[in-house]
Design a protein around this ligand. Structure first.
Ligand code: FAD
Length: 447
């Protein structure tokens, strides 16, 4: 018997869509390419899972760009951040809200969140085919044919990686048994596409859904990196691991400020990572088209330029024998301060009494605008999300139904949506998945 609805992709959006449609009485088949469910949830928030963002829906929506917020508004109201949490609380997960509004499990980990979601799928009677890759979807009159290939989960290959990539390797190494039939195609009248974006391709999301959507008449807006580390032309390889805390990272193009973010920066082998880099990466990636983007760091964001100059002048005149190095050593990590002092020509013997005005001006300038140099790239595959995807003009925001193809529904990151760090992207996946499921149930006259 063919299912009422096939959900393609068992990430946050597909899991919620499959579960909700099944609880409303639909016969649901969830098809997943890898041998795992919810891989990206597992690695989210560094394995701690920033489930959603706290606060009134309008405030949560404000974090998105305007067209995205407008599109998401109906689904965010239909399935709120609180409802997502209630679903998890009902199965015993305790959560806490951080001062910045990000919501995490208290003692548990992302693994607990995925465990609960799997228990909901099982209870609702969703049939799950893992290790089953959808290769093509074609439409014939009133039904779709979904073409399948069995997959050998390549994700078990061991690779030496760092950070979230290392976490991903760990998650993939924990075996889940493969299950999936030996069918090479299946027919169905309703399809929910939840194949995600194309960042972290090792997790299974390799942008498979976009060509299918193009074939069905959809526009896919250009795919770009967002929430990604930034590569620099001038690599400070030996600074890898050095962190700048509570600074402002600025991006400039043609001398005009195009983005800034306050927080932490971490130097990597190829450039920078950390919240500030992720925060400005989308604008940087967009601005690199047709122009050079340059980064700089304000290492003293709480002190104005003039104030810093006066403070240094005062320190020098009040402490004529004290090394200038001593006066500034706590203003940035040692490597950075050494480089700054070097550029200013300040040596061990530079003390308050022989600290010159040009040295002081240069020191202030570097502390307020330490140059990181030109950006060489923003690696799409290393981002937490990608910007771009199926055009929002072609999907009904109230139902997630395709406006190009009847019976087709889209949810999650396959859409042209990319929120900032903070639990916004999982919420977008959960809410759009929920709404897509209800719309299918309505089409099936289940509600
Ligand atoms: C390292 C990292 C950390 C993150 N941390 C957070 C966080 O803390 N909070 C937050 O809100 N967001 C976070 N995000 C973003 C968030 O995880 C994603 O936006 C969200 O998971 C997208 O959900 P989705 O269901 O649309 O897509 P995905 O979760 O990517 O799921 C898509 C699924 O479809 C499957 N699939 C793809 N192609 C096929 C095919 N051809 N056939 C069958 N199946 C297929 C994939 O294998 C995958 O399982 C993070 C992302 C990353 C990479």
């Amino acid at each position: 018997m063919s299912p009422d609805v096939v959900v393609v992709g068992a990430g946050a959006a597909g899991i919620i869509a499959a579960w909700r449609a099944a609880t409303l009485g639909a016969n649901v088949l969830l098809i997943e390419k890898t041998n795992r469910i919810g891989t990206k949830i597992m690695i989210s928030g560094g394995g701690k899972c920033n489930i959603t963002h706290d606060g009134p829906i309008e405030a949560v929506l404000k974090a998105f760009r305007q067209p995205e917020a407008r599109f998401l508004r109906p689904s965010f109201y239909r399935y709120t951040n609180q409802q997502v949490l209630d679903l998890l609380h009902d199965r015993g997960l305790e959560t806490m809200v951080r001062p910045d509004g990000r919501v995490f499990p208290v003692n548990g980990t992302a693994k607990d969140v995925v465990g609960i979601l799997i228990s909901y799928l099982e209870e609702a009677g969703v049939e799950v085919w893992k290790d089953s890759q959808v290769t093509k979807i074609s439409k014939h009159d009133d039904h779709f044919t979904i073409h399948l290939a069995q997959t050998e989960s390549k994700q078990r290959q061991a690779e030496h990686r760092f950070g979230s990539q290392a976490l991903l390797q760990e998650v993939l190494a924990q075996d889940q048994c493969a299950e999936g039939p030996q069918l090479d195609q299946i027919d169905c009248a309703n399809v929910i596409i939840a194949t995600g974006g194309s960042s972290y391709p090792n997790s299974g999301t390799t942008g498979d859904g976009w060509p299918w959507m193009r074939e069905m008449g959809h526009t896919v807006t250009p795919i770009r990196a967002a929430l990604a580390p930034i590569n620099l032309t001038h690599k400070r390889t030996d600074w890898s691991g050095v962190a700048l805390r509570d600074i402002i990272l600025r991006a400039r193009k043609e001398n005009r400020e195009i983005a800034k973010w306050r927080g932490d920066v971490l130097f990597t082998h190829t450039g920078i990572s950390g919240p500030c880099a992720l925060g400005i990466s989308r604008i940087v990636a967009e601005s690199m088209i047709g122009g050079k983007v340059i980064l700089e760091v304000d290492l003293q964001p709480n002190t104005y330029f003039e104030q810093l100059n006066d403070d240094l002048l005062k320190t020098a005149s009040q402490n004529p024998r004290r090394q200038i190095r001593q006066a500034v050593h706590s203003m940035a990590p040692e490597r950075v301060i050494e480089d700054i002092l070097d550029q200013c020509g300040i040596r061990d013997e530079t003390v308050g009494s022989n600290f010159t005005k040009p040295q002081r001006s240069k020191l202030v300038q570097l502390l307020k605008a330490y140059p990181l140099g030109p950006v060489s790239g923003v690696p799409l595959e290393k981002g937490e999300v990608v910007a771009g995807g199926v055009s929002l003009d072609e999907v009904d925001p109230k139902t997630m139904a395709s406006l190009k193809c009847e019976g087709l529904y889209l949810c999650g990151e396959i859409l042209d949506i990319a929120g900032p760090v903070g639990g916004y992207n999982l919420q977008a996946a959960f809410s759009t998945g929920f709404v897509a499921a209800e719309s299918v149930a309505q089409r099936l006259n289940k509600i």
